[in-house]
Design a protein. Structure first.
Length: 558
């Protein structure tokens, strides 16, 4: 087994099947280089390769590899040839006896050997250190800066690869993307013992390989909290969009033990926006990611817990407790709950779109794909602010951006400032009364059939990118039988619950429901999930703050 120190310094690796020689080489290396480099020792080519693969997955750097030529099962040249696939930039040295010098000279051509040393190398000050000093100096002049980030290896047109990248980006987790077709991607797959049949491969900063992970597994391995610290809270906020983040900030800052639960990534639809220009206090605009990051850090500063990648499956009332059940069967309880689940984009119903989702067809802005759109023709379906913001962002690099709008114009659903910007953008066009009739492509989107609803005329256009922003579906099915909703699934609260000024029939308290309180006392709603809400970031944040004020009022009277 290899012997290694537990530091993150650059590595010098030595391998020799003779334990005595192996220890002697490592001893001399540590004496000269131990303060600046980590010395890793192995006693076979196989164990040395295993050590290199582990180092590769952790993102460690290897500067020099010294290998004995005469080793059983795998000689030094065979080992260095395989090591070259893992660390092509490492300098390679072969330790040989005098009788093996011809093999060493041949290795210069076979594996691009940097140097060979004859045994014995005593004194090292004359025969070993000068050689390594030169090799290390040459290695340092190359760009071998480590990447302290999660690594993702996948296919460009893979729905799950795209989903993993989006999950990491929206949760502010640094990562590096490697295509399965590029050399470094293949090296990482080989180091993880994968053949590329199951993608993506995610390698965490500590070197743990995850093959096609689901969001909960991914979250747990990249430092996101997935398990609550307690079993009971004053307030549980479900949903991490602007309303949920606003509620978490105000709840925690006012002394409530607050837990925010998010099924994917904080920010909601607003977090995917490339630029919000009408939010109070940001005259130059702010991206959804920036606003989300600031709000999340603000909530954490006041002591709110944030759980990520946790799916809520049910809500139960037991006396004064409100119990939230997760899809894995676990549960937490609280005195009060704020429902801030937001909405999701409705699916576009047209042949071919389902099969190509994530492979050129995206719901939401998918900002991680924006760089790949450079120089291409991009199509966007939708006529509201989210579609307009995405159009302006993608137009920076795209050859052209075409907005497909079912209605007569943008004025009914989009803010005036965005309409003006779109009209002034030279590479954005708007096609009204136009819908996507079908999508075509094998592994990825290649063409779209568009239909003009006024004339019925259809047109086949080349397209690799389609972003869809249509309608809003509330994420409230899990509340069936507990919380009252309208016929579209939006949550009813306060005055919307009353009939002729009277509380709902199942209301148990003497007072009427508070303004944002649902038919379940102590359970409130804020943001886009509320029936007849404004569907704006500022109003959602305001409702989150207001809901906390009403939670205090509820707790004082309970």
């Amino acid at each position: 087994m290899p012997e290694a120190a537990g530091t993150a310094r650059t590595v010098i690796l030595t391998v020799d099947d003779d334990p005595g020689v192996s220890r002697a080489v490592a001893r001399d290396l540590r004496r000269r280089y131990g303060e600046s480099y980590r010395i890793v020792r192995a006693e076979s080519g196989e164990s040395a390769l295993a050590a290199l693969r582990e180092l590769k997955l952790r993102g460690d750097l290897v500067a020099v590899i010294l290998a004995d030529y005469r080793m059983p099962r795998m000689n030094g040249i065979e080992f260095l040839e395989q090591a070259l696939d893992v660390y092509p930039g490492a300098r390679r040295v072969l330790l040989t006896a005098y009788a093996d010098t011809n093999a060493a000279i041949d290795a210069i051509n076979v594996i691009d050997l940097d140097h060979y040393l004859l045994k014995p190398w005593d004194p090292p000050e004359e025969k070993l250190y000068p050689v390594l000093d030169d090799l290390l100096a040459a290695w340092r002049t190359s760009d071998h800066r480590p990447v302290a980030a999660t690594k993702v290896v996948g296919h460009r047109w893979s729905a799950r690869s795209s989903g993993v990248r989006e999950f990491l980006a929206r949760n502010q987790v640094p990562y590096r993307w490697y295509s399965v077709d590029e050399p470094e991607g293949r090296r990482l797959l080989a180091a993880a013992g994968q053949d590329g049949q199951r993608l993506p491969l995610v390698v965490t900063p500590d070197g743990t390989p995850l093959v096609a992970p689901l969001d909960p597994e991914l979250a747990a391995h990249v430092g996101l909290a997935t398990t609550p610290a307690a079993e009971f809270y004053d307030l549980v906020v479900i949903g991490g969009g602007p309303a949920g983040l606003g509620a978490a900030v105000y709840g925690a800052s006012e002394g409530l033990r607050t837990l925010l639960v998010e099924r994917s990534a904080t920010g909601g639809q607003a977090g995917q926006s490339s630029r919000i220009e009408n939010y109070l206090g940001f005259p130059d605009g702010v991206s959804g990611a920036q606003l989300t990051d600031r709000a999340r850090r603000q909530a954490a500063k006041f002591g709110a817990e944030v759980l990520t990648a946790r799916e809520v499956a049910g809500l139960e009332v037991s006396g004064g407790a409100r119990t939230v059940r997760f899809s894995d069967g676990s549960a937490i309880s609280a005195h009060s709950v704020i429902l801030a689940t937001g909405v999701s984009y409705r699916q576009l119903r047209a042949p071919g779109l389902t099969e190509l989702t994530g492979c050129g067809v995206f719901y939401g802005s998918a900002l991680t794909e924006a760089a790949s759109c450079s120089g291409h023709d991009v199509y966007i379906v939708g006529g509201a602010n989210s579609a307009g913001q995405a159009a302006m962002y993608l137009a920076r690099g795209a050859k052209s951006v075409t907005l497909l709008v079912r209605g007569e114009s943008l004025t009914a659903s989009m803010s005036h400032y965005l309409i003006q910007q779109i009209s002034e953008a030279p590479n954005i066009s708007v096609r009204v009364r136009t819908v996507v009739e079908s999508a075509h492509g094998e592994e990825h989107l290649e063409q779209l059939t568009l239909r003009d609803e006024a004339s019925g005329h259809t047109e086949l256009v080349d397209a690799q990118w389609l972003f869809v922003f249509i309608g809003a579906a509330p994420l409230t099915d899990w509340l069936e039988g507990t919380v009252a909703r309208d016929d579209r699934g939006f949550i009813l609260a306060g005055p919307d619950l009353t009939a002729d000024g009277q509380p709902p029939a199942d209301w148990e308290l003497d007072r009427p429901p508070y303004h944002l309180e649902t038919n379940v006392p102590g359970v409130f709603v804020a943001g886009d999930a509320r029936a007849e809400s404004a569907k704006r970031v500022a109003s959602a944040v305001g409702e989150g703050a207001m809901a906390v004020m009403l939670v205090h009022r509820y707790l004082e009277q309970s």
